[in-house]
Structure formats: C-alpha cells, structure tokens
Design a protein around this ligand. Structure first.
Ligand code: NAI
Ligand code: MG
Length: 379
C-alpha cells in the first residue's frame, strides 16, 4: 500500500497553544499509525512571543513563502499579554498576517454540545441537543482590515481611527461559502447577522450582497438578525438556527458566546480556509493562549484536537471523510465516558483526555480498518 504524506507547518505559539498542539499532534500521529495509508510530516516553527522578545520578530522575512510549501498549517495560540508583548503586536505580527497572506477568507467555527457535556443551557427547559451550529466568519476584511492610524499620540489631542472595510468581492465570496455550507447540511437553514441599522454604509452593502446571492440558493431558508438581538436568540432559541454568517468582529464575539453555550471555549475548533486551495489553510482552536492556566497541563485539548480532525478532512479532499468521522466519534465517546478537563467540570488533565481519545481511535478506527470500513479512503 502506498503511503501519502501530508506536510504540515506547525506553529505552537504561546501558553496553552504549546500544550494543546502537542495533544493534537499526538492524535494526528495515532490516526496515521492506525489507518496506515497516510502520514504527517510536521515541520515546527517557533514563532512565539518569547522568541519575539529575544530577536524582535515573529515571522522571518521569508516565513510566508516557507509556509506556502505545506499542505496545511496547524496553529496553537499566540499572545503573552502584559508589559512583555502588547496583544495588538502579537496578533498583528503572527496570526492576522498569516490569515491575510494565505487568502484564508473563511473561518469556519462549528459548535455542538458534545455528549455528556454540561452546558449552561442544560439548566433551561430547552434540550441542549438542539444546539448544532456552524458559524461562518468573514476572515479577511471588515473590522479587522487593519486600516487606520493614530495622530498626536501620547498627547491630550490623540486621535485614532479604525476603519472597517467591506468590499463587494469579499462579501460575495463569504456569502456564497455560507449558502453552500447551509445547503450541505440537512436543515438548509442560514441566519445572516448584521448591524445595518446603525452602521449605514459597510453593513448596508453586506445586506445588499447577501440578498443578491440568496437568489441563487432558493433551496436554502434564510433569516436576518441584528447582532445585538442575535446574542439573545442564541441563548433563548438555540434550536432555531443552523448555519450562521457574520462579519469578522461579530463572528469573533458570537463564536466565543457559542463556545460557552456549548460547554467551554476549550471545546471549540476553527478552520481558516482558503477555499481556492491556492495557499494552505490553517487550523486552530478558537481560544487564546490562556496565560491563567498555561504550564499546568490542565488545558482542555478538545478544540485543538477537533481542529486537527478538520485539518485531516481538508487535506484529504474527500478521501479521508470516514477517518475524520471516526476520529470525531472517538472524541465523542471519551466525552460521553466523562473523561474531561476541569473547565468542563471534570478532573482529568490534558494528557489523560488526549490519551483516552488516542486509545479510542486505536480501538474503533483500528477495527474499521480491519473490517475494510474506511470506504472513502484512497491513499
Ligand atoms: P483565552 O481564550 O486565552 O482565555 C479565556 C479564558 O478561557 C481563560 O480563563 C482561559 O483559561 C480559558 N480557556 C481558554 N482556552 C482554554 C482551554 N483550552 N481549556 C481550558 N480553559 C481555557 O483569551 P484571553 O485570556 O482573552 O487572551 C489570552 C491571550 O491570547 C491574549 O494575548 C490574546 O490576545 C490571545 N488570543 C490569541 C488568539 C489566537 O491565537 N488566535 C485568540 C484569542 C486570544
Ligand atoms: Mg476570538
């Protein structure tokens, strides 16, 4: 049997980014060893805040060119707040430039309440099993376009602007991706998030292009929410939504809320996609470097492992669907068994959860390989 190698650029970054990347890599290696027809060649890049302090840069001048050689990028988290490195420096020196340079204009953020997981919604009459969303975040422009400036800095007359940029091209491509995602899911239901009542230029163009694109998807049912009211609906009527599309800033905020409703931010994955595949896509949990728990070995690895599973799905281009589905099932079995970190009310550490997922993969996927059940897998 020929073995397909996937080249992965791995950037663990800071804080728990390093710990959850280690967990994700352990799972990737277990998947490869169990299935046998593919493997991962991981190249590590130490572009952390600690290194930045020592040498004055995160990404070297040829860094982006270097990343482009890989099939995908796996990312931990960046940020070491406080006097060391201000957050806008770390974010704008590493993660945001990679997303932009690689044309990763879509950020896909699924949220589900995993089996056996306690959600704040469990206390309500509604059934938590009704929460199954995919948030599609515009990932290249909007409020994080990076345009603006400061004049008269450090004076009483300081002026700062932060300009949100919305382009017809940028809006149209994210709306098409959102409609395609909604169409691919059983409910074929899309909620568009906006704030065009108060933001009367960019957000009005956002709405206009949405309505135009909607005409091409008559089979998708859609509705529209103002972002403030959306927070209320997410809590009160979670079952009324499926696929959600929102701007860079709105989806950033709403997906943290979604992750908390799903049980913990530590459970939440994300895929930064370049749907054209001209450049590699990047996979990371949605959380930051969590300095408050870093170094203790207690970070929840689920979001990072789930992101790695989505990476397997993406690089496999349709050939690794059953491998990815099997890995998800293994992760869910471990959640059902109550093996969980303390953010989810458990007492297991990062390594125990990761080891349990690896054993489950070995058991269930190993059996599937023996029984010839990984039908879509072609090396
Ligand atoms: P954070 O997501 O790092 O942490 C928020 C809270 O969630 C903390 O209490 C943390 O302990 C908890 N948490 C996060 N991930 C967890 C996990 N896997 N398991 C258990 N608990 C978890 O957000 P925060 O504190 O606002 O930011 C910390 C740093 O991370 C900052 O420097 C920020 O700029 C950076 N950041 C980086 C991101 C990235 O690399 N894409 C995204 C968000 C923040
Ligand atoms: Mg965020």
């Amino acid at each position: 049997m020929s073995v397909r190698t996937y080249n992965i650029a791995t950037i663990p970054g800071d804080g728990i980014g390093v710990e959850v990347t280690e967990a994700a890599v352990q799972v990737l290696e277990k998947l490869a060893a169990t299935v046998g027809s593919f493997k991962f060649d991981l190249e590590y890049y130490d572009w952390s805040s600690k290194k930045y302090k020592e040498r004055g840069w995160y990404v070297p001048p040829d860094g982006i060119k270097e990343l482009k050689k890989h099939d995908a990028i796996y990312f931990g988290a960046v940020g070491w707040p406080g006097p060391d490195v201000p957050d806008h420096i770390s974010l704008w020196s590493l993660i945001l430039p990679i997303r932009k340079a690689m044309g990763q204009y879509v950020n896909v953020r699924p949220t589900r309440i995993l089996p056996g997981t306690k959600s704040p919604l469990s206390q309500c009459e509604r059934s938590p099993k009704d929460l199954d969303w995919v948030i599609i975040r515009e990932n290249s422009e909007g409020e994080y376009a990076g345009q603006g400036g400061t004049t008269h800095e450090n004076t009483p007359h300081a002026v700062a602007t932060e300009v949100a940029i919305f382009t017809r091209t940028g809006i149209e491509r994210i709306m098409r991706f959102a409609f395609e995602t909604a169409r691919s899911r059983p409910r074929k239901l899309l909620t568009m998030v906006t704030k065009s009542n108060a933001q009367r230029h960019g957000m009005v163009l956002w709405d206009t292009v949405f309505y135009e694109v909607a005409k091409d998807y008559p089979d998708v049912t859609w509705d529209r929410m103002l972002v403030d009211a959306m927070t209320v609906r997410m809590v009160n009527r979670p079952q009324s939504m499926d696929t959600i599309v929102a701007t860079n800033l709105h989806a950033d905020i709403l997906s943290d809320l979604a992750s908390a409703l799903g049980g913990s931010i530590g459970n939440a994955p994300s895929s930064n996609l370049n749907p054209t595949r001209e450049c590699p896509s990047m996979f990371e949990s949605i959380s930051g470097s969590a300095p408050d728990i870093a170094g203790k070995g207690v970070a929840n690895p689920i979001g990072a492992i789930w992101s790695a599973i989505e990476m397997v799905r993406w690089v496999g281009k349709g050939s690794l669907e059953s491998v990815a589905d099997g890995a998800m099932k293994a992760m869910e079995s471990v959640a059902t068994a109550g093996i969980r970190t303390r953010d989810l009310g458990g007492s297991n550490n990062t390594k125990e959860v990761t080891d349990a997922i690896c054993s489950e993969i070995e058991k269930t996927l190993g059996d599937a390989v023996l029984d010839g059940l990984l039908v879509d897998h072609k090396a």
